[in-house]
Design a protein around this ligand. Structure first.
Ligand SMILES: Cc1cc2nc3c(=O)[nH]c(=O)nc-3n(C[C@H](O)[C@H](O)[C@H](O)COP(=O)(O)O)c2cc1C
Ligand SMILES: CCCCC(=O)C(=O)O
Length: 346
């Protein structure tokens, strides 16, 4: 039995090809941001209340009209079939069992329609890197709609693909034979995902014209961009530095959160990912104004350690930790978290 996310990661590391472990674990540049994401949570202290006379706390949240049984969602990560033969199908079944939302990566190794078919009842959102070829972007949107996805998560932090030293040294460039980005099929070929600095707010406007799905903008760190995003009609903001895999030395996600929350002023929900490894991390992010958080690597470690069961275990551990931490903080609901409960100890 594995009792912490760290133990799940250790088990995953033993089972994975070291090159694939490095792909999942690694970050860009000197991995400053990668380390900062977790370190920033550790530096924050939680200030509990006592003698509140509460019952079992309420963990559920409603986001973009859908309910999640806890404020922990699954961040979009690529290539799940490198971790488990069932790949994204297994992840989606774990999400359905946990009654939480899974963001399916555009770079999934199972097509989004097949992910949905494998996990009835799963709540899926589709992550999109806007392709400069808007006709193909539209084709991707139609696939996500047909699969029943409830939102588009548009990743804005990747005008180029970040340089990850571990992958360079390992020579990791392509998926093994038999695996590909299934969503990128176009007739009898599989397209490469384009990462383009030409993508702009105009593309986002055009995207909103071709679909009625709500748009979650992922990878926002600058408060001015959060305000611009509201002007462009996004339905939610997602504070993220891509798990430290894009711009190295970007701020830790939880450190960037308060300014974004302030800029958004409650107009739309705010999500966060990057470095969430404990239930107490979830409480800290929610206290600082996030409506929910997401986890990327931990779910991949669960999959690699033990397939669907491992992914379920990760979500179950986080749920139990959130519940215990809320109780120890004297709170009846995740909604009762407020900024006064988080302190920087010095
Ligand atoms: C292996 C891996 C693959 C990822 N693939 C994607 C992706 O396809 N699309 C995307 O928007 N973000 C992707 N991300 C970023 C995650 O959505 C998320 O922002 C990040 O993993 C959160 O940090 P955490 O791993 O510390 O939880 C990926 C991250 C990892 C680690
Ligand atoms: C090529 C797929 C993109 C995956 C990604 O976003 C990442 O590895 O961080």
């Amino acid at each position: 039995m594995r009792f912490t996310l760290r133990e799940v990661e250790a088990a995953a590391r033993e089972r994975l090809d070291p090159v694939h472990y490095d792909y999942f674990a690694g970050g860009a540049g000197d991995e400053v941001t990668l380390r900062a994401n977790e370190a920033a949570f550790e530096r924050l202290a939680l200030l509990p209340h006592v003698l509140r006379g509460t019952a079992k706390p309420e963990l559920g949240v409603t986001l973009l009209g859908g309910r999640a049984s806890m404020p922990v969602l699954i961040a979009p990560t690529a290539f799940h079939r490198l971790a488990d033969p069932e790949g994204e199908r297994a992840t989606a079944r774990a999400a359905a069992a946990a009654e939480t939302i899974m963001m399916v990566s555009m770079a999934s190794t199972v097509a989004v329609g097949d992910v949905a078919a494998a996990a009835p009842g799963a709540r899926l959102w589709f992550q999109l890197f806007i392709q400069p070829d808007m006709a193909f972007t539209e084709a991707l949107v139609r696939r996500a709609e047909a699969a029943g996805c409830g939102a588009l998560v548009v990743t804005a932090d990747s005008p180029v693909f970040g340089t990850r030293g571990r992958d360079e040294r390992n020579g990791f460039r392509d998926l093994p034979d038999g695996l590909c980005c299934e969503n990128m099929r176009d007739g009898d070929r599989v397209r490469e995902i384009a990462f383009s600095p030409a993508v702009s707010w105009e593309h986002l406007d055009r995207l909103r014209e071709i679909t009625s799905l709500p748009v979650v903008l992922k990878g926002v760190l600058h408060p001015a961009d959060a305000r611009a995003a509201l002007d462009h009609g996004v339905s939610a903001l997602f504070v993220s530095n891509h798990g430290g895999r894009q711009l190295d030395t970007a701020p830790a996600a939880v450190d960037a959160l308060p300014e974004i929350v302030d800029a958004v002023g409650g107009a739309v929900p705010v999500l966060l990912d990057g470095g969430v490894r404990r239930g107490t991390d979830v409480l800290k992010a929610l206290a600082l104004g996030a409506d929910a958080v997401a986890v990327g690597r931990p779910v991949v470690w669960g999959l690699a350690a033990d397939g669907e069961r491992g992914a379920r275990r990760v979500l179950g551990l986080l749920r139990a930790e959130v519940e215990e931490a809320l109780t120890l903080c004297g709170l009846a609901s995740v909604r009762d978290l407020e900024p006064g409960m988080v302190r920087r100890p010095w």
